[in-house]
Write a protein that binds this ligand. Structure first.
Ligand SMILES: Nc1ncnc2c1ncn2[C@@H]1O[C@H](COP(=O)(O)OP(=O)(O)OP(=O)(O)O)[C@@H](O)[C@H]1O
Ligand SMILES: [Mg+2]
Length: 77
């Protein structure tokens, strides 16, 4: 059974992104299968994990982005 862990805080700069990325990495290193959803419009977790160059490409083209499944004809799964 999958477990869902959320990191939410209305205050800025309190370590949400750092905590979620490092927690996900630690769980993955322990052999857990981890799926990290980045709901933050700043996309900092995505940029951190994908690296800026790859994130810029996805952001510019939409290819490979999760939202592309909502645009008929653009999804490449
Ligand atoms: N445990 C920690 N000890 C010291 N500094 C930390 C720690 N966790 C995060 N930081 C630093 O605090 C700053 C803010 O961290 P982070 O970006 O993770 O916060 P955030 O809550 O996601 O911010 P935002 O609201 O802008 O998205 C960063 O410079 C980060 O390196
Ligand atoms: Mg953040």
């Amino acid at each position: 059974m999958a477990r869902k862990i959320s990191f939410i805080n209305y205050k800025g700069g309190v370590g949400k992104t750092s905590l979620i990325v490092n927690t996900a990495a630690c769980l993955a290193k322990l052999g857990k299968r981890v799926l990290l959803f980045d709901f933050d419009t700043q996309s900092n977790s995505s940029i951190w994990l994908l690296r800026l160059e790859r994130w810029n490409k996805i952001n510019a083209q939409g290819e490979g982005a999760f939202f592309s499944i909502f645009e008929p004809g653009t999804a490449k799964v």
